[in-house]
Every structure is written in structure tokens, then in C-alpha cells.
Design a protein around this ligand. Structure first.
Ligand SMILES: Cc1cc2nc3c(=O)[nH]c(=O)nc-3n(C[C@H](O)[C@H](O)[C@H](O)COP(=O)(O)OP(=O)(O)OC[C@H]3O[C@@H](n4cnc5c(N)ncnc54)[C@H](O)[C@@H]3O)c2cc1C
Ligand code: MET
Ligand SMILES: [Zn+2]
Length: 615
């Protein structure tokens, strides 16, 4: 009899964690490789779960797929590891329990990191190995990404008639990372042919039950739950779970009342947790129906949203010429010169001061702290750059909430220069998300939702710029990137500095079909050395030969060299202002007197053009 037949009238108990029990073999070692090197210990774990009352035992193959094994150089051992795992499970349980082949999800918070094609290939290979060795069912577990689970489930359903258990892991209580509710997700898995659908990992009994209370018992499939032993603690570099088996015993009846028919454990659980479930549910019957807990209407406390004090820059630059100036926070603690610069630029009537986020991956005074002071003390609009390099998705969201609270609504979302280019090359570059998802995250905040779809209680009113690097061989490719950034929600673009009139004209030609405004980046050169460094060493910057030659002519005269840098930029302003409303001036080395002069020139140029076009 296969175990589905038994689930018609019984609650079955599954085993608990393998991975966290095997963690003691080394946190960086490959758990699945232990099938080959520590066969006895793997069998002992299976036997312990069997002895505790588990009726369904998983193979130690959760991450035994090409994608994950290749991290350990074990990509050629997929067959050997999976076959051995099934053999060990069979030998350990001696037909006293069913054996299911565990196959875990691969995708994390950034689903795009692994393509569906790679997932399909890797999944098929592992599936064939497990089927060939003969398992009683397939356990698809710990899928954070529903698209991945739906894809692999469809493959498995096509390849085999044995029972399939399909389990998702929630991002927040009741919802997946793509914001699908678990009710909807389980329905979709059921209609793709899963025989058992449910939840595993990430949460313990408390939150899993909260989620299950909100969903109906599936009509065709059976419901499963494999909770974690609570949340992990982190001590001396290792994770450990202290969840008490007696707490599991107390929750067993609640799982039954929610309609669960297959109950096991995930991370942190031990044979003792499973024994507690088994003893508590022994001889109890599954429930056929349950009352749904109606989600209480949320009381919306209407706190006033923080209003924008300035019109978004995209609205301004669509209507009239606009100059914004980058003045980066200092690398040292004295801000006297910085504020002198802000004041001088304010007098030129610029629309914003843009403030880099540790550009070139070197630490500077926090741009949100300094931006707040700039706004408070001078009334100039700060435009805050945000990179994905220094903050993970927790830090990014906390930062956005902070910026909203400070009333800093103008942002530039960028991936950011990698740590290896900066002062601390060994520091980690986080990159949980790229500029695309960061733009999306900011736009979701504007809808009042966190990155995971959680209600923020208020909507933000961010305006989000994105970076445009036109200094590439194939400008059309860079423009395709812009188009993609627009679909993610970019409101306008700011370019890397450009150093030729031809480049400005080709940017215009390649982007004139876009409705989204562009600020053209211009940075005055300070010396010939500066020009050579930027051209040869700074990613994303290329300087025309003619310009480098004219800077070289003043190699030995720093004053004339910087005047030449200003003159070159003025000529570029003449071209840019004919074609674009937006001019973005970058202040080199806090030498604000240069961008002050150029801001004035840019304003005069647009005034001149306005008069000319009126005539
Ligand atoms: C206006 C502006 C302000 C900036 N401010 C900062 C700052 O404050 N701090 C900081 O660290 N960096 C800053 N940078 C640098 C920036 O982070 C990148 O180095 C670069 O400009 C790419 O922009 P992005 O980060 O949005 O990358 P994305 O467009 O998100 O690109 C991400 C990745 O794709 C690659 N890529 C980009 N374009 C292409 C293409 N056409 N073809 C193939 N691959 C491509 C990039 O190299 C990068 O690895 C700024 C850049 C600009 C233009
Ligand atoms: C990260 S979830 C892991 C699930 C798997 N069944 C294990 O216990 O190792
Ligand atoms: Zn787990």
C-alpha cells in the first residue's frame, strides 16, 4: 500500500532534520557527501527517527543536486551520492517505513541568480537517480521560490506516478517571497498534481499554525507541515536550535486540528521532537473539516504620511532646465568646507546636491546623516545615492525607512562599485539585490509595502533615479538596460560623466524615444594626471583623446589646467543644454568653486537658449 492510501484515514508522522543533526561534522562541509564517508552515522539517524515513531523517512539528499554539489567540487558525484542515500535509508529502515527522496529548493531571495533552465537540468538529473534506486515518494522541500517549485513539480509529475510531497517555505507568515499567499500557492501545487502539499522550514510551530489557520484544507491533496524547532541562536560562529520537544508535543493537536495529515520536522528538530509528535497523535483521527479563522480586519491608524517638500526632480526636469551637483560627503570628519560648498551652490540656484554612497567603495560620512543636516541647515534638496554593496536586504529596508522618516525622498538606486576597487578590498560586497530590485523595492515602499509585501502602515513618496553608463562600446545595449530599469520603476536617469560632444549627441539619438528624462553627467578635469587616471583606471569613464591632449598642454601649470578643465566642461554644457534639460555636475575633490562656476554657466546657457528659441 502506498502511503497516500494510508493518509486517507490516518495521520502519518515523518522524520525530522538531517542537516542540522549533521552540522557537527563541520559547518562548511557537504552534508550529502557524508552518505559516502559516514554511512553508519547516516543510518543511525534514520534508525533513531524510525525508533521515535517516524513512518516516513527522507533520504539525505536535500542538496544533492548539481547546482549545490558543485560548490564543493562534487558535481560529478550526483549519482553516487543519491544512490547511496537511498540504499542507506532502505538498509536502516528495513521496510518498516516509507522512504521519500528529499529534493530541496535552490533559489533564494534573488530568484534571477539561477535560471529556470539550470534548475530544470539539475533537478532532472537528481530525480532520475532517486527514481532509479527506487523510493516510495518524492519530498520537494524548502522552496522559497514558487516558480522553481512549480517548475520542478511539473517535471516530477510527468516522470513518475509515485506520491509527491510539495512544500513551500514562507517569507512572512502566510506569504511567499513573491507575495503569493500560501492558500493560493498550495492550490496551485495541488492542481499541478502534488499529492501532499504543505509547509516546511523557516518557522516553528507558532507561526506555521498561524498561517495554517488562514487556509482551507486542500480538496484533493493532503496537508503537511514540517516546522523548525523555533528560531536558531548563533553562538561562537555556529547556529543551534534549543527548541524543546515538549513544546512540540503541545503543538501536535493544533496541527491535527488545522487538517495536517503528514507531520514531521525541519531544521533543529531531533528524534525527540518526532517522538513527541508521534506519542501525542497516536491513535488520533485526522479532521475532515475545520473552521477558518477569519483574518481580523486591521485597524488602520491613519498617521499622516510625511509630505514631500519639493516637487520630484523628474517633474522639474521634464518642464525646465535643471542643474544638480554632486558634492560627496568627506572622507574625514571635518564638514566645514563641505557646508561652505553647499552654501555657495545654493546661491547659484541648483535643484539638488547629490551625495554619493561611499563611491569607489571607500568610507565617507554617511550621506543620510549629512543629507539630513544639509536639508535642515540650508534648505537645499539632498539627493541620496544608495548602493546594494554595503547593506543586505534588511539594511536596505531599514535605511529606506530611515530616509523616509528624515524626509529625504530623492534617491539614486545603484548596484555600486564593488568593494575590491576601494580602500578595503577584502571587505564583502553584499549585493543581495542589484539596482533593478532596489528600484523595485523603493517603488514598493511607495505602495506602502516592504520588499516581502508586508504592510508598512504608510506610503513613502520616494522619487528614484537610476544610473546610466553611456561610456560603453555598444550604447544600444546600455539603452536596453535603461529600458529594463524603467520597467522596474526608474523615474529618471543620471549618467556617468561624459567627455565628448559626440557622445552627448549619440546619447540623445539613442534615447530620444524614451519618455524618461536624463541628466547628463559632466565632471571638470583638474589636471592632466586626473584625466589620465579617470580614463585608464576608473570604471565607466572614458575621455576623448582631444580633451586629454588639451589637458596635457597644461601639465605644469595647475591653475591653467583647472581653468582648461572648466572651459572643456563649458563647451560640453553648450552641447548638452541644446539637447537635454538636465545637467548633473560632479564636484572633483570637494573643489566646489569649479562646480559653482559651472552651475552659473549652465544657468546662463539655458537662459540664452530660452531667449534664442523664443525669437
Ligand atoms: C550617477 C551615478 C552615481 C553613482 N554613484 C555611486 C555611488 O554613490 N557609490 C558607488 O559605489 N558607485 C556609484 N556609481 C557607480 C555605479 O555603481 C556603477 O559603477 C556603474 O555606473 C553601474 O551603474 P549601476 O550601479 O546602477 O549598475 P547596474 O546598471 O545595476 O549594473 C550592474 C552590473 O551590470 C554591469 N553592467 C552595467 N552596464 C552594462 C552593460 N551595458 N552591459 C553589460 N553589463 C553591464 C555593471 O558593470 C554591474 O556589474 C555611480 C554611477 C553613476 C552613473
Ligand atoms: C534547510 S531545510 C533542510 C531540510 C532537510 N530535510 C534537512 O533537514 O536537512
Ligand atoms: Zn529546514
Amino acid at each position: 500500500m502506498n502511503f497516500l492510501k494510508r493518509l486517507e484515514n490516518e495521520i502519518l508522522i515523518a522524520d525530522g532534520a538531517m542537516g542540522t543533526l549533521l552540522y557537527s561534522y563541520g559547518k562548511d562541509s557537504c552534508i550529502e557527501q557524508l552518505n559516502l564517508s559516514h554511512s553508519e552515522q547516516i543510518m543511525d539517524i534514520h534508525k533513531a527517527y524510525l525508533d521515535a515513531g517516524a513512518q516516513i523517512i527522507q533520504t539525505n539528499t536535500y542538496a544533492a543536486n548539481y547546482l549545490k554539489l558543485s560548490r564543493y567540487g562534487l558535481e560529478d558525484s550526483v549519482k553516487e551520492i543519491n544512490s547511496k542515500a537511498v540504499q542507506l535509508a532502505k538498509q536502516a529502515v528495513q521496510s518498516k517505513a516509507y522512504i521519500v527522496g528529499s529534493m530541496g529548493g535552490n533559489r533564494g531571495i534573488n530568484p534571477q541568480a539561477i535560471s529556470i533552465e539550470e534548475i530544470k537540468r539539475s533537478f532532472r538529473e537528481q530525480l532520475y537517480c532517486l527514481l532509479l534506486e527506487g523510493v516510495d515518494g518524492i519530498l520537494l522541500e524548502t522552496y522559497y521560490d514558487l516558480e522553481e517549485l512549480e517548475t520542478v513539480l511539473a517535471i516530477a509529475r510527468k516522470e513518475t506516478d509515485i506520491p509527491i510531497i510539495a512544500q513551500v517555505s514562507m517569507q512572512e507568515v502566510g506569504i511567499l517571497q513573491d507575495h503569493t499567499t500560501i492558500g493560493e500557492a498550495l492550490n496551485r501545487l495541488e492542481s499541478l498534481g502534488a499529492d501532499v502539499v504543505g509547509l516546511n522550514c523557516r518557522f516553528g510551530p507558532h507561526h506555521m499554525l498561524m498561517a495554517l489557520e488562514q487556509i482551507a484544507i486542500p480538496s484533493k491533496a493532503y496537508l503537511s507541515a514540517y516546522p523548525n524547532a523555533g528560531l536558531p541562536a548563533y553562538t561562537d560562529g555556529v547556529f543551534h536550535y534549543d527548541g524543546d520537544p515538549d513544546y512540540f508535543r503541545k503543538s501536535a493537536q493544533s496541527f491535527r486540528e488545522q487538517g495536517v495529515r503528514l507531520l514531521g520536522g525541519c531544521c533543529g528538530t531531533t528524534p525527540e521532537h518526532i517522538r513527541a509528535f508521534a506519542l501525542e497523535l497516536k491513535d488520533t483521527e485526522p479532521v475532515q473539516e475545520k473552521a477558518l479563522k477569519i483574518k481580523e480586519e486591521k485597524i488602520v491608524i491613519s498617521t499622516p504620511t510625511i509630505e514631500r517638500e519639493y516637487l520630484p526632480l523628474q517633474n522639474i526636469v521634464k518642464e525646465r532646465p535643471s542643474v544638480i551637483v554632486e558634492l560627496d560627503p568627506p572622507k574625514k570628519l571635518d564638514t566645514t568646507k563641505y557646508f561652505r560648498g553647499v552654501q555657495a551652490l545654493k546661491e547659484k540656484g541648483i535643484d539638488a546636491i547629490t551625495m554619493a554612497d561611499n563611491s569607489l567603495a571607500s568610507p565617507r560620512i554617511s550621506n543620510s546623516a549629512l543629507g539630513h543636516l544639509v536639508k535642515q541647515q540650508t534648505g537645499v534638496r539632498p539627493l541620496i545615492h544608495i548602493t546594494c554593496r554595503d547593506r543586505n536586504v534588511i539594511g536596505l529596508q531599514s535605511h529606506l525607512m530611515g530616509l523616509h522618516t528624515l524626509g529625504l525622498h530623492d534617491l539614486l538606486a545603484i548596484t555600486g562599485d564593488p568593494a575590491r576597487v576601494g580602500d578595503f578590498p577584502g571587505a564583502s560586497s553584499v549585493y543581495d539585490v542589484s539596482s533593478f530590485e532596489l528600484i523595485q523595492m523603493i517603488k514598493q515602499f511607495n505602495e506602502g509595502l516592504s520588499f516581502s509585501g508586508k504592510d508598512l502602515g504608510q506610503k513613502t513618496s520616494f522619487s528614484v533615479a537610476a544610473a546610466f553608463n553611456p561610456n560603453v562600446r555598444q550604447l544600444d545595449k546600455a539603452v536596453q538596460r535603461l529600458e529594463k530599469k524603467i520597467t522596474y520603476g526608474a523615474d529618471y536617469f543620471i549618467t556617468q560623466p561624459v567627455y565628448s560632444e559626440e557622445k552627448i549627441i549619440s546619447i540623445y539619438e539613442e534615447t530620444k524615444h524614451l519618455d524618461t528624462p536624463i541628466y547628463i553627467g559632466l565632471m571638470p578635469l583638474t589636471s592632466s594626471k586626473n584625466a589620465e587616471f579617470l580614463h585608464h583606471e576608473v570604471p565607466g569613464i572614458k575621455i576623448a583623446d582631444s580633451i586629454r591632449n588639451s589637458m596635457a598642454a597644461y601639465k605644469d601649470d595647475p591653475i591653467k589646467a583647472s581653468q582648461e578643465g572648466i572651459n572643456i566642461t563649458k563647451a560640453l554644457i553648450d552641447t548638452a543644454a541644446e539637447l537635454f534639460n538636465g545637467i548633473y555636475l560632479i564636484t572633483p575633490f570637494l573643489r566646489y568653486e569649479m562646480t559653482v562656476e559651472l552651475s552659473e554657466y549652465a544657468n546662463q546657457t539655458s537662459e540664452r537658449l530660452r531667449r534664442k528659441h523664443r525669437v
